[in-house]
Design a protein around this ligand. Structure first.
Ligand SMILES: C[S@@+](CC[C@H](N)C(=O)[O-])C[C@H]1O[C@@H](n2cnc3c(N)ncnc32)[C@H](O)[C@@H]1O
Length: 266
């Protein structure tokens, strides 16, 4: 079993990121834009387009305090900070990804709006009701204790706060295609059905504003997410082509489903 530490490790991530930025014809000494970096740092299905759609669905405003759970390299956090001006706290288990996120925050001049914390979604180092929005993209698949996760998210959200997320759900039959972008082997993949996810969120006290299965819409956009240059997820994700192909095939075969939702705390 590889384990999540290994799956989400990327040795010398700063060196790799800086080399990729230069190879893409950009100067790390000039202030980079989140858009320039988007093919590198939105590590989820649909890339920056999906992040923009989720931002609109969740109606995020400049004054919202946002927590990005499992933020990775924090591309979505920079998008929110740059476009709306809101403050974002990022938390992630991966030490390497936290280092990469902090570097990219500095290179985009957004480190005053974004804080990076290393830690677990199941034990958040924040007081009760600290956030207006909890944001989470392609992370829930790694978390077995979903009831514990939802309880912790609810604890840190204000009354009226929103949980905006996308993730993979289980399809009709379990996928046996590994590695996947979120897990090297089945030991780190915890998918539940769309109905089970909805029920657990309701049990956790969340009220659905929207909850959609976007699998077919995603599959209909063939090639739309192809990265055009040296800045790709492959800078820090091993075997990216194989993982992406396994995910796509699993989605095509109905073994996994792509869902997104915005749920509110009453
Ligand atoms: C597929 S990546 C998505 C990264 C980011 N959300 C994005 O969309 O670019 C999944 C991330 O979730 C993080 N993660 C997984 N389980 C976690 C947990 N229990 N607590 C915090 N982070 C977690 C991983 O370290 C990894 O960075």
């Amino acid at each position: 079993m590889a384990g999540l530490d290994t799956h989400y490790s990327a040795r010398d991530i700063e060196t790799r990121i800086l080399a990729a930025i230069r190879a893409a014809g950009l100067d790390p000494a000039q202030c980079l834009s989140p858009e320039d970096l988007a093919p590198l740092d939105h590590f989820h299905t649909g890339g920056m387009r999906a992040s923009r759609e989720l931002q609109a669905l969740a109606r995020i405003r400049a004054e919202d305090r946002v927590l990005d759970i499992g933020a990775g390299l924090a591309g979505p956090a920079r998008m929110l900070a740059a476009e709306l001006g809101c403050r974002v706290d990022c938390i992630d288990l991966s030490a390497d990804f936290c280092v990469g996120a902090a570097l990219l925050n500095r290179l985009t001049g957004l480190d005053d709006l974004i804080r990076v914390h290393r830690g677990s979604a199941l034990d958040l180092p924040f007081p009760d009701h600290a956030f207006d929005v909890v944001w989470m993209q392609n992370v829930g698949m790694n978390i077995e204790d979903k009831r514990g996760l939802y309880a912790e998210l609810r604890r840190v959200l204000q009354p009226g706060g929103r949980f905006a997320f996308q993730e993979m759900a289980a399809g009709a039959a379990a996928t046996s295609r590994f590695p996947l972008p979120w897990a090297t082997d089945p030991a780190d993949s915890f998918l539940v059905s769309v109905d089970a996810m909805r029920a657990m969120l309701a049990d956790g006290g969340f009220v659905a504003e929207c909850f959609d299965d976007t699998s077919d819409a995603h599959l209909g956009r063939t090639g739309a997410d192809a990265a055009p240059n040296a800045l790709t997820l492959g800078v820090f994700v091993d075997n990216l082509a194989q993982k992406a192909a396994n995910a796509r095939r699993s989605l095509q075969e109905g073994e996994i489903r792509l869902v997104r939702g915005v749920f509110r705390v009453p």
